[in-house]
Design a protein around this ligand. Structure first.
Ligand SMILES: Nc1ncnc2c1ncn2[C@@H]1O[C@H](COP(=O)(O)OP(=O)(O)OP(=O)(O)O)[C@@H](O)[C@H]1O
Ligand SMILES: [Mg+2]
Length: 180
């Protein structure tokens, strides 16, 4: 299934939030010289036991009781295999989880990064209590969004609407509108 990477990031962070994470760090590194896009999501959620960690890439594995398949992580694994990339997952019970996806930028089956700001807005709107830090680096230059800083600046919920425009403008200035 072909989907934008920003939507996969949404899925992965939702796993973190389901695992009771209070802080999630999302790091995206775009390195054209190495032809590599790296997406790393780190959370301080409950972590996985050995059996879960062994099975997490299996599309028919889930610890959810409401259904019999868990597709989020297996989709990422499929993309990694399809493009000659990699998916590494580290997890410690009671400490948290790190998911690292590496994809070659120029592979024709590599999904586009997509709409990162929409992913951030969706995460903030649906999980206002989770501390989210997003950092993207493109060829050495970085852009960061930290939900704590914004919250302190604007107070509780009123900031969501206002921040949307600020975020879009700031991100566009950073990317120059370049679609990757
Ligand atoms: N960040 C995480 N922390 C703890 N456990 C995780 C994390 N990510 C995934 N898991 C475990 O791996 C299982 C599989 O995850 P996956 O996203 O593939 O499916 P799901 O979340 O169960 O279902 P779906 O994503 O389709 O709604 C989860 O049910 C959960 O037990
Ligand atoms: Mg999931």
């Amino acid at each position: 299934m072909m989907e934008e990477l920003s939507l996969h990031i949404l899925d992965i962070v939702e796993n973190s939030i389901n695992a009771k994470a209070t802080r999630v760090d999302i790091e995206v590194d775009i390195n054209k010289e190495e032809n590599l896009i790296t997406i790393k999501v780190t959370d301080n959620g409950k972590g996985m036991d050995e059996k879960t960690l062994e099975n997490v890439k299996d599309p028919f594995f889930t610890t959810k009781t409401t259904r019999k398949v868990g597709l989020g992580v297996s989709f990422l694994d499929e993309i990694a295999q399809l493009t000659g990339g990699s998916l590494d997952i580290e997890s410690k019970l009671g400490i948290g989880t790190t998911i690292k996806l590496k994809l070659p930028i120029d592979h024709p089956d590599r999904p586009p990064l997509g709409d990162i700001v929409s992913t951030l807005i969706t995460l903030l709107a649906t999980n206002p209590c989770v501390w989210i830090v997003y950092r993207e680096t493109r060829n050495g230059k970085s852009w960061e969004f930290n939900s704590k800083e914004v919250e302190e600046l604007l107070g509780d919920y009123a900031w969501l609407g206002k921040i949307k425009e600020v975020l879009y403008n700031s991100y566009k200035e950073f990317t120059g509108g370049e679609l990757i």
